[in-house]
Design a protein around this ligand. Sequence first.
Ligand code: GLP
Length: 241
Amino acid sequence: MRKIICPDYDEVCTAAADIFALQLKQKQDSVFGLATGSTPVGLYEEIIRRCETGEMDFSQAKAFNLDEYYPIEKNHPQSYKAFMDLHLFNKVKFAGTQIPNGEADDPHAECARYDAAIETAGGIDLQLLGIGINGHIGFNEPADVYPVGSHLTSLTESTLIANSRFFSEGETQPTTALTMGIGPIFKAKHILLLITGSAKAEVAKKLFDGKLYTDVPACFLLLHPNVTVIMDEAANSGRKE
Ligand code: GLP
């Protein structure tokens, strides 16, 4: 696990965009695994900026997102489909984008279809990840037993509270979601984990103290051969922003 510490959030986004650029340079038709949450928003802004100046071009690349609430309508403002359209896909042209279908009749069949679609695309070259304050990646929540493949999952109270900030009063917040499993995430050739802000300092510390905490799903990444973690100083030291 390579650890890169940047002074602040903006520099994390620049460093992450550089890794995306390098991936594209090596393979124009790369398959990217993308994430939602507030952490990657600055990276997506930087990608849009570089696409506008012609420094980056995703027109041959494909993208698979990590997760989606379930059930949720695609045009619900808090769906991850709507999030990705707003923050990236409406402005950057990809050869293809996929997000687990929050409207699917059969969530289990949808997860099997999603894993098969990733395989058919040749697997993920670069997987972007954020991390929950409880250590979740995608929506793989702390558990005794982890489904390997993509699956329907119940969100923990900590995640529901953390993500409630995105839902306005009166809006129903889904308590279940479809998520890529640890298995498909692990098949990515390179994993890029972004950790920013002092709220993530505690979980970041656990990730780097040389132990595999089974109740911190991100710790599975310690076993992957090619992971880059980019952190800001707030996440690295717990310094208040
Ligand atoms: C959500 C997403 C995760 C994301 C996490 C952290 O629950 N499912 O993929 O990494 O939240 O979000 P944030 O970046 O807003 O802290």
